[in-house]
Design a protein around this ligand. Structure first.
Ligand code: ADP
Ligand code: MG
Length: 343
């Protein structure tokens, strides 16, 4: 045998061994894991497929509970609760990230998104369920507490100071989207092959289904939440909907919901009944679903045009008009007629 042949034979053996190793890992069977938890005031479902899917959903649910315990406005042991009580505190890494997002959104949405909204939520009784319709004077008082420039954050030390007595913050408008993005990162670390999580109607998909096809996510019909308005096909994206119907109360024949227009400190009434955002960025999708709902159709549509690569949207108006942004046109199906918004 010539030298050359011998080398080739050795190389072939090495390749065969590598092949065996690869086959060995491929034999690690894919399992499908599902877990249901209650956190952040809502029911959540986590589904993953992959060799370590069980571990992935376990770790993800622990992480969700950890973030809930940190960010909750109602839990007396949470970091956010203590910050709101004391008017100052130290931000965790996650809070620093959420604050940065919140400031960007406050700027870009002209103040529609405002985490200093918590005193207003309290005034209306949303956190406790002891609802109350405030009068003009009460509204004027809380209006004074919404100046985001008075939420001071020192990045070096992590110190947050609420500069005005009575101010309090609430990440409720972005926390679930932030959390779903975090779960996606964990799915990546655990080698998940396909996954879908539903955090109280906030859906986030990991890759495609295992056969390579899109995940099909149903959008609720705002007038009959047991029915669907349509289905959107997604992969590696969050699908997050805000609607007044999600949390509301009635008094004297009037319905009041939990998405507050900071300009008036009252439930947003801008002619939309639901806003769905589709984006790779869960935090952004969550923050924008709340913000565009407050803006109303025209401003929401303009906002989408100004940020064309960041997200797609489905806007449902009170008169029944459904408008779908161009990037979803081929991925949205509905029995209803819908308009397509062009870039
Ligand atoms: P859901 O929590 O039902 O998924 P949203 O994502 O639209 O709905 O968030 C509504 C929550 O966001 C409220 O319960 C409150 O905590 C917070 N919120 C309400 N109005 C605003 C606002 N203008 N800016 C920021 N957060 C808000
Ligand atoms: Mg939101």
């Amino acid at each position: 045998m010539t030298n050359r042949k011998r080398i080739t034979a050795a190389a072939a053996l090495a390749l065969a061994l590598l092949g065996a190793a690869a086959a060995g890992s491929a034999q690690q069977k894919d399992v499908e894991a599902e877990k249901n938890i209650f956190a952040m005031d809502t029911f959540m479902t986590l589904r993953a497929i992959g060799p370590e899917a069980e571990k992935a959903v376990e770790a993800a649910s622990k992480e969700i509970l950890r973030l809930d315990a940190m960010l909750s406005t109602g839990n007396e042991n949470s970091v956010v609760y203590r910050l709101n009580q004391d008017g100052e505190g130290t931000a965790t890494e996650e809070m620093a990230e959420l604050l940065a997002y919140s400031e960007d959104l406050y700027e870009s949405t002209d103040g529609c998104f405002n985490i200093a909204i918590y005193p207003v939520m309290q005034l209306w009784g949303f956190p406790t369920g002891e609802y109350h319709v405030p009068d003009e004077k009460e509204l004027a008082q809380v209006q004074d507490l919404l100046d985001m420039s008075k939420v001071q954050f020192d990045e070096e030390s992590g110190k947050i100071t609420l500069l005005q007595e009575g101010m309090a913050i609430d990440f409720g408008g972005i926390a679930k989207g932030y959390t779903s993005s975090r779960v996606m990162e964990m799915f990546e670390e655990y080698g998940v092959e396909a996954g879908l999580i539903n955090l109280g109607g906030n859906v986030h998909t990991f890759r495609t289904k295992t056969d390579g096809s899109y995940w099909r996510v149903a959008i609720k019909n705002p007038w009959n939440t047991d029915a669907y308005l349509g289905v959107v096909e997604v992969a590696d994206e969050a699908v997050i909907t805000s609607g007044g119907y999600e949390r509301s109360f009635e008094e004297d024949g009037q319905t009041y919901h939990h998405i507050i227009d900071p300009a008036t400190c009252t439930p947003a009434e801008a002619g939309l009944t639901s806003v769905t955002i589709v984006s790779k960025d869960g935090t952004l999708a969550d923050g924008l679903s709340t913000s565009l709902y407050i803006m109303g159709r025209e401003k929401a549509e303009a906002y989408w045009r100004e940020h064309p690569d960041e997200f797609e949207t489905i806007l449902v108006e009170e008169d029944g008009t459904v408008a779908v942004s161009e990037g979803l046109a081929d991925r949205f199906t509905s029995e209803e007629e819908f308009e397509i918004m062009k870039r």
